[in-house]
Design a binder for this molecule. Structure first.
Ligand SMILES: NC(=O)c1ccc[n+]([C@@H]2O[C@H](COP(=O)([O-])OP(=O)(O)OC[C@H]3O[C@@H](n4cnc5c(N)ncnc54)[C@H](OP(=O)(O)O)[C@@H]3O)[C@@H](O)[C@H]2O)c1
Length: 278
């Protein structure tokens, strides 16, 4: 039985993975921003669980709440075996968080970056441990825009989303290097194209096609959740780190996602944006 924290556990891929991991007997810390959705998700996961299922409220678009979440985890639990940074969102129009950060990057990357950095000591002390990021094939063709980290110029929803998912992959590469020899692994994955609520923010003209795609072409949340479950729990991947998985296979991400110099620069920019020392 492992202790696993899952963000974005109130719906879609995170909720499906929570059901799978709870059914396998793991102790889960479910993170969600909406209290009612979090309570409903926790009740449904508890129904299949044999270990404890705890609910931890946190709006990841507020850096203070991310810091408070890390404090709560460190104070309440003496170990953390898996940290699954799964929460994400698609913002068709440029939006800023209450901290003044571009929201796509803040929710899809910076929150997970900050949470991971603040929980690294606990994860190291719990080794063997695993860090996961739910990334996406949308990192293809994306660029980091480190000269304009707030994407003030030329914002597109797809560009911002791809950039955040590219940052996930570069960050786990950087983490794997930093964590070498600690038995803490860090990996990112694409869960497939999955029929979840993330498509609900699409513009009105895309919705009819998406509704058909969701029914006929996309994977179910249960199928999408399986990659998270595999990377969180399967002994086959215990020693794999710094990789990008597509479904359950290590896959080469784009050259931009293998640029170690960019990963180092990204770390510096992210640390500055969230107020951590480099
Ligand atoms: N669906 C796909 O085809 C696909 C493909 C590649 C990657 N992904 C990635 O998979 C991950 C899960 O997404 P999904 O497809 O399962 O979509 P989803 O059903 O919309 O789930 C997203 C989850 O993230 C949570 N979340 C969003 N903003 C948050 C915030 N500010 N604070 C706390 N939680 C927040 C949502 O909470 P609420 O319930 O409160 O909204 C929800 O639990 C995301 O990182 C997404 O980018 C999805």
């Amino acid at each position: 039985m492992k202790t696993m924290l899952i963000t974005g556990a109130t719906s879609g891929i995170g909720l499906a993975a929570a059901h799978q991991l709870a059914a396998a007997g793991h102790h889960l810390l479910l993170v969600g921003r909406d209290h009612e959705k979090l309570a409903a998700a926790t009740t449904s996961v508890r129904a299949v669980a044999t270990a404890d299922i705890d609910a931890l409220p946190c709006d990841l678009s507020h850096l203070d709440e991310v810091r408070a979440l890390a404090d709560t985890v460190r104070a309440r639990y003496d170990r953390l075996d898996v940290l699954a940074n799964n929460a994400g969102g698609f913002f068709y129009h440029r939006t800023e968080t209450p901290d003044g950060l571009e929201a796509t990057f803040a929710v899809n990357h910076l929150a997970g970056f900050l949470l991971t950095e603040l929980l690294l000591d606990l994860l190291r002390d719990s080794a063997p441990a695993r860090i996961l990021f739910t990334s996406s094939t949308m990192h293809h063709g994306a660029s980091l825009h480190l000269d304009d980290p707030q994407l003030r110029h030329g914002y597109t929803g797809a560009g911002a989303y791809g950039r955040a998912k590219l940052a996930n992959i570069l960050y786990v590469r950087d983490l794997a290097r930093r964590l070498s020899g600690t038995r803490v692994s860090a990996n990112a994955f694409h869960p497939g194209v999955v029929a979840t609520g993330i498509w609900d923010s699409a513009p009105w003209f895309a919705r009819p096609a998406l509704a058909v795609g969701k029914r006929l072409l996309m994977s179910t949340p249960e199928q999408g959740g399986r990659t998270l479950t595999y990377l969180a729990a399967d002994p086959d991947v215990a020693a794999v780190s710094g990789c990008y998985f597509q479904r359950n296979r290590v896959t080469a991400p784009t050259p931009a996602a293998q640029d170690d110099a960019a990963a180092t620069r990204l770390h510096r920019v992210c640390a500055e944006l969230v107020g951590l020392p480099e």
